[in-house]
Design a protein around this ligand. Structure first.
Ligand SMILES: [Zn+2]
Length: 263
């Protein structure tokens, strides 16, 4: 009988009948992994706690036919603070969705999972600005999954005019104003019928660019250790969300729900 031990974060669940759930984990060892939680909806189940959303646990699994079943589980971290605050819980659901979407079955990405666990921990235990936490997670997630933009100097001429830089979202680089104008003209000439190219260049203040440089280069356990002037927070949040969603190529219902709470 094939046995497997994994450390995994519960990111999604699908109810099956009265007592069972199919649980989607993002694991350190196997990337995305769906398992059958037999009886875990019952209060009597010893595996109930580990199968709750946003819980990080160790699972011993046994393969039988199509599914892995839980032999035993041990809860490591439940991020209790998320359960007492609707905004935090909604944001956690979005972070988990992004993590799941960026994970691949059978392919471990420990840095992405650690990033998500660190973000959930900060969300649960610390009193951080949720706009900054969300944005930094989005940007770091893009960086960790192969879309780290080139942020050192203008991606066309190499200059370092840090107070007049634009983020070129499609091409993952920053551009100075004149190179941005030139790139935009060339893009419009190449595809005259396309509209909305302008939105793919976002002006960055020096503060926002510095924050992006910090987040891109920081280790995953330190990526939230920065602050930003209030005037820059909105711009940073907008740029990071746009950057991640452009590269993921779709939005998330959990993101729409989180935003609806802020209205
Ligand atoms: Zn330039």
């Amino acid at each position: 009988m094939e046995k497997l031990t994994v450390h995994g974060l519960t990111v999604r669940e699908t109810e099956v009948g009265e007592y069972d759930k199919i649980i989607t984990l993002v694991t350190m060892e196997q990337g995305l992994l769906s398992i059958m939680g037999k009886g875990v909806k019952s209060l009597k189940s010893k595996n109930m706690a580990a199968c709750q959303p946003f819980c990080y646990s160790t699972f011993t699994l046994r393969r039988s036919g199509k599914y892995y079943y839980i032999v035993e589980s041990e809860l490591s971290q439940c991020f209790y603070g998320l359960r007492t605050d609707l905004d935090k819980m909604a944001l956690a659901a979005y972070l988990c969705d992004v993590c799941a979407d960026s994970s691949v079955e059978g392919s471990a990405d420990p840095a992405l999972l650690r990033l998500t666990l660190n973000a959930l921990y900060a969300l649960s235990e610390k009193d951080l600005d949720l706009r900054l936490l969300k944005a930094a997670f989005e940007f770091k997630c893009a960086c960790e999954t192969g879309f780290q933009p080139q942020l050192e100097g203008c991606g066309m001429c190499g200059c370092d005019a840090t107070d007049t830089m634009y983020l070129d979202i499609m091409n993952g680089r920053i551009l100075c104003r004149s190179c941005k104008d030139q790139a935009k003209q060339e893009a419009e000439a190449a595809a005259p019928d396309s509209d909305g190219t302008a939105q793919y260049y976002m002006f960055l203040t020096f503060g926002v660019l510095s924050a992006m440089r910090f987040v891109a280069s920081a280790p995953v356990n330190r990526f939230l250790s920065f602050s930003l002037e209030e005037d820059d927070v909105h711009l940073f949040a907008k740029a990071c969300e746009k950057y991640l969603l452009h590269h993921i190529e779709h939005s998330f219902s959990t993101l729409s729900f989180y935003k609806s709470l802020l209205l």
